[in-house]
Design a protein around this ligand. Sequence first.
Ligand code: NAG
Ligand code: NAG
Ligand code: NAG
Length: 542
Amino acid sequence: MNNTLQLCVQVLVHVYLTAVISRNQEGPGEMGKAVRIPKDDQEKMKELFKINQFNLMASDLIALNRSLPDVRLEGCKTKVYPDELPNTSVVIVFHNEAWSTLLRTVYSVINRSPHYLLSEIILVDDASERDFLKMALENYVKNLEVPVKIIRMEQRSGLIRARLRGAAASKGQVITFLDAHCECTLGWLEPLLARIKESRKTVVCPIIDLISDDNFEYTAGSDMTYGGFNWKLNFRWYPVPQREMDRRKGDRTLPVRTPTMAGGLFSIDRNYFEEIGAYDAGMDIWGGENLEMSFRIWQCGGSLEIVTCSHVGHVFRKATPYTFPGGTGHVINKNNRRLAEVWMDEFKDFFYIISPGVVKVDYGDVSVRKALRENLKCKPFSWYLENIYPDSQIPRRYYSLGEIRNVETNQCLDNMGRKDNEKVGMFNCHGMGGNQVFSYTAEKEIRTDDFCLDVSRLSGPVIMLKCHHMRGNQLWEYDAETHTILHIITQGCLTVSKLYDGSQGTTVEMCNGGPLQMWMLRNYTLLEVIRKVFYSPLDYKL
Ligand SMILES: *[C@@H]1O[C@H](CO)[C@@H](O)[C@H](O)[C@H]1NC(C)=O
Ligand SMILES: *[C@@H]1O[C@H](CO)[C@@H](O)[C@H](O)[C@H]1NC(C)=O
Ligand SMILES: *[C@@H]1O[C@H](CO)[C@@H](O)[C@H](O)[C@H]1NC(C)=O
C-alpha cells in the first residue's frame, strides 16, 4: 500500500470513528432519548406511523444498537450471579414487523447478553407479507455474532401457534420469549436465568419498560406493579400489595410473585414448558393465553415472578396494526372462554355475567386441556384466589352476583363504566351485564372489579371508589325481608334520588321503608357461598 492510500485510509477511519463516537453520544435516540422529527417531515411521519402504529420514521433514525440508560435499582447493579447458568434460546415471533424495530430487538439481545448464555435466536415469521423480511433478513442475520434461525409459518397462525413452533425448534435449556419490538437492557438476562436455575418451576418476567410509540423515548417500568385481571378477563397492572412487600422484607431487588403475566416477555425452563402444557394450541391468534398460562402455572404447582433486576423495553401501541381472521373480539372471546372453562371453575360466572354475549361463542373442544389439568393434579381456582391472589377483583365469597334492581322504578344500578369517583346511576335494566353487574360480597361490599359503592354522608351521592377493604364508607347490609340496603356508617338506606344535576342517581337517606329504598339483588342467598348463578337475563326474580 502506498503512503497516500494509507493516509487516506487512516483519515477515513478517523472520520468514521469520530462519527460513530459522536453518534453514540448524540445520535437520535441514544441513551433512550426521545427522537424529535423536524416540522417539515411531520406529514411524512404521520403517513409512516400508520404502517406499524408507531413512529416508524423515528425508529428508522435510531441506531440498531442504540445505547440505553441503566434503569436498574442500585441494589441490582452489584448483584453477583452464579457462573454456571442455563443457556437460553430467544424466541421472537413477528408479523410484518418494521426492519428497525425487529433488528433493534435482535441487536439488544446480542449486545447485552453474555454469548455463552445464548443458545440461539429464533425468529418465527408469522406469514409476513413484506419483502424485506424475506431474503434480505435472511442474508442480514447470517453475519451476526449469534446464530439466528428463521422459521416461516406457512400461513397466518397467530402468536400462540407461532411460539409453539419456535419452542419446538429451540435447543437452549431455557426458552425466552420476546416480542418483536423490544430492547433488552444491560444485565437483563442473568437474573432471569439465575432464578430459573434456583427454581426450575419458576417462570420469570422482566420488568417491562416503556418505549414510546410516538418518539421511542425509553422510560423505566415500575417494580411496584404486578399483574392481575378484571372480571372481563382483561390483564391489568395493579400496585404490588403490602403482603408481597412484607414477604420480601421490603427488598425491592427480590423477585415479585405475580398472579398473572402480561405475556409478551418471559423465560421458562424448556422442559418445564413442555411438562406444564406449553400453550393451549386450541386458542387462536392472540389474547387470553397469558392468563391461561398464569393460572395454569400457579394452579399446577409452579410459580410466576417478576424479576425486578431485569429490564426489557417494549413499544406499547395504542392500536394494533394487524387484522385477525375472524375479528379481534371474537378471537379473544373464544380464547377467554377456553381459559375460563378449563381453569376458573365456578368463578367463570364473573366473566359470563359481565359479558353475557360471550356465552354464544363456540370455544371448541377443551377435553385435552381438562385432561392436562387432571394429570398434573392442579389445584382449584379458589385455591389460587385465596393463596396467590387474595386481592383479586373477584371476591372468593359473595352473596349475590348480577344486577341490583329497584322495586319502584324497576331500573338497575349502573356503575357508569367504573370510573373512579363517578356517581352511581339508575338506568333501564338491559340484562347485558357490563356496567349493571355488581357483587354483594362476604365482606359486605357492593363491587364491580375493584370499585366499590361508597358514600360519605347522609343524602350524599353514592359513587364508585376503589375498594379499600377498610369497611367504613363501603360497608352495606342487605336485608332480604325488607329489601333495604343499609349503609352502616350513616345508618341511611340506599335510595333512588334525583341528583343535584337533575339526573337519576342514588343517595343514602333516612330509612323510610318506601319502595324507592327497596332492592332486588340477583340470586341473593343468605349464605355467603361460592355459588353458581344462572345466565338468562329474562327470568329475574328474587
Ligand atoms: C453500534 O455499532 C457501531 C458499529 O459497529 C459501533 O461502532 C458503536 O459503538 C455501536 N454503538 C453502541 C452504542 O454500542
Ligand atoms: C446449552 O447448555 C447445554 C447443557 O450445558 C449444552 O449441552 C449446550 O451445548 C449449550 N448450548 C449452547 C449453544 O451453548
Ligand atoms: C337465580 O335466580 C333464578 C331466578 O329466580 C333462578 O331460576 C335460578 O335457579 C337462581 N340460580 C341459583 C343458582 O340459585
